[in-house]
Design a protein around this ligand. Structure first.
Ligand SMILES: *[C@@H]1O[C@H](CO)[C@@H](O)[C@H](O)[C@H]1NC(C)=O
Ligand SMILES: *[C@@H]1O[C@H](CO)[C@@H](O)[C@H](O)[C@H]1NC(C)=O
Ligand SMILES: *[C@@H]1O[C@H](CO)[C@@H](O)[C@H](O)[C@H]1NC(C)=O
Ligand SMILES: *[C@@H]1O[C@H](CO)[C@@H](O)[C@H](O)[C@H]1NC(C)=O
Length: 223
């Protein structure tokens, strides 16, 4: 794995190399399972990778309510029309950060989920803002390596109540807005949330084709 890691980030940004990066980021962690066991999560969909802690308040097939703890993330924002293109471009930059493009020159283990904060453009031909983030592993939460690329930044998600909907398969331009609309439909009038943005959260590499676990997150405003 290591002989590839230096070469791959310099490859041309093609769909194929990006897919490869997606897969390698996750595979790379498989080999270091034992190292990160301390902070590993017991949630089956976190697959023994570090993932942010939450307390479950409600769980049905229609939706869940979670109380997340404050957490640090490394992020980049892409403005565009295409969810998949934006996600892949952002993933590439974040991958370079975890591969060592940070002020501590350390390799950082892959985590889940990869979240994408979608701030929809106002109209079908207006660009949306996609902010894609990797969760910073527990051992780096307090002494977080700073990104060396200016498009990347470290941000904190506060303690939040989150409305969550689980869906399966591959996330694409067609299904995530539908899942978000469905989450909106199952919430009642007292369950309010910030309507200016929402998140997709992905827990699988693109080479996993079965039992893919994805989520839509709405940040509640009825604390
Ligand atoms: C919610 O319920 C499902 C189905 O019973 C279960 O698999 C899952 O572990 C529960 N909790 C979360 C956080 O998904
Ligand atoms: C995207 O972000 C830019 C810069 O912060 C902002 O000016 C713009 O209004 C945002 N667009 C949407 C659709 O939120
Ligand atoms: C989007 O994903 C859904 C569910 O995985 C699938 O049924 C649909 O064909 C996909 N659409 C496109 C345009 O890829
Ligand atoms: C909305 O749902 C919550 C949780 O089930 C419930 O406590 C509340 O009473 C409901 N509100 C309305 C207006 O139905």
């Amino acid at each position: 794995m290591s002989k590839w890691s230096g070469v791959l980030p310099r490859m041309a940004i093609t769909q194929r190399s990006t897919l490869l990066l997606f897969a390698l980021a996750w595979l790379g962690v498989c080999s270091s399972f034992t190292v990160i066991k301390d902070g590993a999560s017991s949630l089956y969909f976190c697959k023994e990778l570090d993932c942010p802690k939450f307390e479950e308040k409600y769980n049905s097939t229609a939706y869940q309510i979670r109380m997340y703890e404050t957490s640090k993330w490394v992020s980049t924002t892409i403005t565009g029309l295409d969810y998949q293109a934006a996600t892949e471009e952002a993933f590439m930059k974040l991958f370079e950060y975890i591969e060592g493009e940070n002020d501590q020159h350390v390799k950082i283990p892959m985590t889940v989920p990869v979240i994408n904060r979608i701030q929809p453009g106002l109209g079908p031909v207006c660009a949306s803002n996609f902010t894609v983030s990797f969760f910073v592993p527990f051992k780096f939460q307090s002494n977080t390596p700073k990104p060396t690329k200016k498009e990347l930044f470290i941000n904190t998600l506060g303690q939040e109540k989150v409305y969550v909907r689980v869906y399966h398969g591959f996330t694409n331009q067609t299904n995530f807005p539908k899942e978000a609309a469905d989450l909106g439909d199952v919430l009642n009038s007292t369950q309010t949330y910030d309507k200016s943005y929402y998140y997709t959260a992905g827990y699988d590499s693109p080479f996993v084709s079965h039992d893919r676990h994805n989520e839509i997150w709405f940040i509640a405003t009825d604390k």
